[in-house]
Design a protein around this ligand. Structure first.
Ligand SMILES: Cc1ncc(COP(=O)(O)O)c(C=O)c1O
Length: 363
């Protein structure tokens, strides 16, 4: 098949499959002692790899089973009494917006998008005020592939004493991110897309000075400084971002994520970015030439590995492409194609040809 859907779920890498098998072998041969001999160290090794890919320190990284849980832990630590507002945009993935939909006393402000592709940064700046607790937005929009200037968003938030929280799920791996240089306060991301690691694993970054200040109001024993004391009466926040972790980890997912990250770190995010940019430009050019209307930025620097095409019936186009062995997907009014380093210009030539057969451009 031709796989053009990394922005939903990356295809299974041989090394990731081998990591799953290694986990099963260890479970089979060591049983529970694998926790002490291997798996606690594996958690720390994974935090370290995530830190490397984000330009963070290991003690600024927490593991979670998905972004919703990571967000729930960190959002439970914010004080909304003086600052009840959360600023988001219309283009966020629902996980981010839902987090505050159900919190009593929190007001969500959504910044609109004129073209359904990007959100002008000045609109964020105009919306943030001294009652804003946090600006929560994406580094790359899942609907259009547009890249946001997260350093600028952080500056806008900090000008009013608010926090900048970035959902980098569609960025980490394919786009260089330096959380310290961009002065981000909180970042969430996960394993199943551009980090090649499969389901059941997500990551939370919290700036070191903020880790100490934030006390989540949900808890689990993995967030306790002395977890192996097993004392039900004594809870002490872990000194590091581990205070945002809750209960027992899914270790198959930990192994898989670690193997996916190894591939990303070995290639290097800068090289991945330049390869993905080349591929995206190639795909954009071919689709434009074929007469399709794109919902993706027109300039290379503002787009990441997601190309979206406006369609009357994108679900039908996805099904028709699948019957020809192309894996793509759709969101809203658009087909999404998301090439990564293993794709080629030849894949693009064939998918555009296939698309012409099943869903010609809207005239
Ligand atoms: C931008 C973005 N954020 C978050 C998620 C997923 O959130 P969760 O881990 O809560 O399922 C996705 C996609 O699955 C996404 O594209």
């Amino acid at each position: 098949m031709t796989y053009l859907n990394t922005c939903s779920l990356a295809p299974l890498a041989l090394r990731v499959r081998a990591a799953h098998e290694r986990f099963l072998d260890e479970w089979e041969s060591l049983g529970a002692s694998a926790w002490y001999e291997l798996w606690m160290d594996a958690l720390d090794a994974l935090r370290g790899k995530v830190a490397r890919v984000l330009g963070a320190r290991t003690d600024e990284i927490a593991l979670a089973p998905n972004v919703s849980v990571a967000l729930s832990a960190v959002a439970s630590a914010l004080d909304y009494r003086e600052r009840p507002r959360v600023v988001l945009s219309d283009l966020e993935f629902p996980t981010l917006a839902y987090q505050w939909a159900v919190k009593p006393g929190v007001e969500r402000t959504f910044i609109g998008s004129d073209d359904g592709i990007r959100v002008p940064p000045e609109r964020f700046e105009a919306a943030i005020d001294d009652r804003t607790a946090v600006v929560a937005t994406s580094q790359v929009f899942y609907t259009s592939g547009a890249v946001q200037d997260i350093a600028r968003i952080a500056r806008g938030a900090h000008a009013h004493g608010a926090l900048a929280l970035i959902d980098a799920y569609q960025a980490t791996g394919q786009l260089p991110t330096d959380v310290h240089a961009a002065d981000i306060d909180i970042l969430v991301t996960g394993g199943l897309k551009w980090l090649l690691g499969g389901t059941g694993i997500a990551f939370l970054y919290v700036r070191r000075s903020l880790v100490q200040a934030l006390k989540p109001s949900i808890a689990g024993w993995f967030g306790n400084a002395r977890m192996f004391d097993f004392d039900p009466k004594a809870f002490e926040f872990h000194d590091s971002a581990r205070r945002f972790e809750l209960g027992t980890t899914a270790n198959a997912a930990i192994y898989a994520a670690s193997a996916g990250l190894d591939i990303v770190l070995e290639i290097g995010v800068d090289r991945l970015r330049s390869r993905t940019s080349e591929l995206v430009t190639d795909l954009v050019d071919r689709l434009t030439e074929a007469g399709y209307e794109l919902k993706t930025p027109s300039t290379a620097e503002h787009r990441a590995g997601i190309v979206t095409v406006r369609m009357r019936d994108p679900a039908k186009a996805v099904r028709a492409l699948a019957s020809r062995k192309f894996i793509a997907d759709y969101r809203h009014d658009r087909l999404r194609l998301s090439p990564y380093f293993y794709n080629t210009a030849d894949d693009h030539a064939r998918v555009v040809e296939g698309l012409r057969g099943v869903s010609p451009p809207i005239t």
